[in-house]
Every structure is written in structure tokens, then in C-alpha cells.
Design a protein around this ligand. Structure first.
Ligand code: 5GP
Length: 134
């Protein structure tokens, strides 16, 4: 059975997509820790990030860098930088969390998640997308 993220890749379920190329996809986390919390995934479905082949792993991080730079621009004044986490305990499809942060507690995964309306999520995704340079 495909992972929930493969379903997003295949457009079988919706997501607020912020960047895409042939091999990678970035979209907003549905239960964000912070505004503009974004997930970056390889389209190829591999559970554990460190099971990716070297080329795919390097490409994933380079793609994540481009998305993080766009988030930095979009969040200018609201965050200091984009924090990074790899957890992978919930969804068995490798992904990098990009979380705009001002302090360490902003990237504490035990904190209650934030709620945004569909319209807000749409606006955030569109706002980040404007700054993405692939
Ligand atoms: P992890 O696997 O790194 O522990 O957490 C998976 C992350 O994926 C969580 O932050 C969760 O909110 C997010 N997530 C789970 N299901 C979906 C989904 O269907 N769509 C989106 N956009 N994010 C999801």
C-alpha cells in the first residue's frame, strides 16, 4: 500500500504544495508546529531517510535548502531562520521537516500543533512558492 505521502505525490489526496521537481516534493505539514512548517520528501517511497541511496539523499537536502531559503524570505521578520528535523516515527516515507523558528521551543515536537484555516494554508503555500528558485 502506498504511503500517505506517495498519495500526495500522485495527487490522490490534496496538499498545499510549495515546490516540486522531478524527484522531490515540498508541501505544508497538515499539523504544523509553526507557520510555514514544511515537509520535503523524495518522490521515491523509502521509509527511513538513511536508506536512501547517496544521490537521492544529497538531492533531497539540496532541494530542502532551496525550499528553506524560500521559507526564510517568506517568514522574514517572523522567524530568525529555518530549523530542520528528521523524525519519521509517524509516516513511513522519508521526509525532512523545515520549521521556521525564533527559539528552541518552536521546534519542540511535543508541543501542541497550530491550527490554520484552509485559506490561510493556501496563502502560506502561495507565499512560499513565490520565493522558490529551483
Ligand atoms: P514524523 O513521521 O516525522 O514523525 O511526522 C510526520 C509529519 O507528517 C507530522 O508532522 C504530520 O503532521 C505530517 N502529516 C501526517 N499526515 C499528513 C498528511 O496527510 N498531509 C500532510 N500535509 N502532512 C501530514
Amino acid at each position: 500500500m502506498s504511503s500517505i505521502f506517495t498519495k500526495i505525490v500522485n495527487r490522490e489526496i490534496p496538499a498545499y504544495i510549495v515546490a516540486e521537481d522531478e524527484n522531490y516534493l515540498a508541501f505544508l505539514d497538515i499539523n504544523p508546529l509553526a507557520k510555514a512548517h514544511t515537509l520535503v520528501i523524495p518522490k521515491k517511497e523509502v521509509d527511513y531517510i538513511f536508506d536512501l541511496d547517496d544521490e537521492s539523499l544529497a538531492g533531497l537536502w539540496i532541494f530542502a535548502k532551496k525550499v528553506a531559503k524560500a521559507i526564510d524570505k517568506y517568514m522574514e521578520g517572523e522567524a530568525i531562520r529555518t530549523g530542520v528535523a528528521v523524525v519519521g516515527l509517524e509516516v513511513p516515507h522519508a521526509h525532512i521537516h523545515l520549521v521556521p523558528i525564533k527559539n528552541i521551543t518552536d521546534i519542540d515536537f511535543t508541543r501542541p500543533k497550530l491550527k490554520f484555516s484552509y485559506e490561510e494554508l493556501q496563502n502560506i503555500a502561495e507565499g512560499i512558492k513565490k520565493f522558490v528558485v529551483l
